[in-house]
Design a protein around this ligand. Sequence first.
Ligand code: ZN
Length: 305
Amino acid sequence: MTAPDAPRAASWSRRRVLSTLTPASLLAVSGCGSSGHAASAVAPAAPAPHASKPAAPASPRPAASLSPSRARPSSISARALAMATPEVSHAPGVTNAVALTFHGDGPPALANALLSEAEQAGVRLTVLAVGQWLARYPQMAERVLKGGHELGNHTEHHLAIDRMGETLAFSEIDRCAQRLEELTGSRGRWFRQSQGQHATAEVRAAATRAGYGTLLSYDLDPLDYRDPGATAIVRNVLTKIRAGDVVSMHLGHPETVVALPDILEGLHKRGLRPVTASELFPLSGGAPAPSADPSLSTSQPSQNR
Ligand SMILES: [Zn+2]
C-alpha cells in the first residue's frame, strides 16, 4: 500500500504547479456536487470559496434533494420519464479496473499538467467538460482527445441543474453538446450533471432529448476540489477505491495534479487499471477492454453520438 503521507516527487511539484496560477484563476473552478463513498475519509474543510454549492457533509448517499425520487412535480410525460437516460456510477462485475473522471474546467496549464502526468503513465482519463470552459479555451477539446482521453458533456455553465425545469436543463446540456460537436465532430457518449451526484428524472429526460444514452455519475468522491492537500486526496482515493468504481476528480486544482502520480501508483499496486468510462462500460456490456493504442479511444462521431 502506498504511504499516502509522502507523495513522491512528481514531475509537477507542488511549487511548480502553484507557480502557474494566480488567485483569480483558481476562482474559476468549482466542485461537482455531493459526495460519494469517500466523503467520510475527508477531514472537515472549508468549501472552496468559489464553489457555488458546498458539497454535502460526509454521507454515503447524496442529499435527499438530489434523489430522483424527491424530484419536483414535472410537466414531462410519464412516457418520457420512463425512457429517460439511465445513470451509471459503478461497473458491477469488474474486478480489475476503475475509471478516473474529471470535471473539465480551470486553467489550461493545470489541465495540461494533469493530462501529461496520466499520459506519461500510459493512463487515459475521462474529462467531462463545462461548455464555458471550452468557449474560453477551445483548444482544450483537441488537447484532451489527442492525449487519448475521452471527452464528455458537463453542462454549459455548471449550475444547479437539478433545480431547473426540464426546458432550462435541456438548454444547459444541449448548448455544451453543440459546443462539443462544433469542436470535435461529436457530442461525446457521456453526460454528467452539474452540482450533484445523481440526476433527477427531469435532468435524465433532458439528457435523453439531447442525445445522451447514459448519464455518467460516480461513486467515489475524494473532494479534491476543496483543496485538502495532495496527501489527503491520495488517501481519500486509495483507502476507498474498489474495482468498478467511477472516481470524480477535478481539473484546475494543483493538489490534484500533485496527487495523481501517487494515485496511479497505488492503483497499480492494488491491481486496478485506470480506464476510460467507455472502457469501463463497454457498449457490448462485456468486461473492460485491455489497454490499447490511445488513438482508439478518441471520441468519434460515429461511436459517441
Ligand atoms: Zn463538476
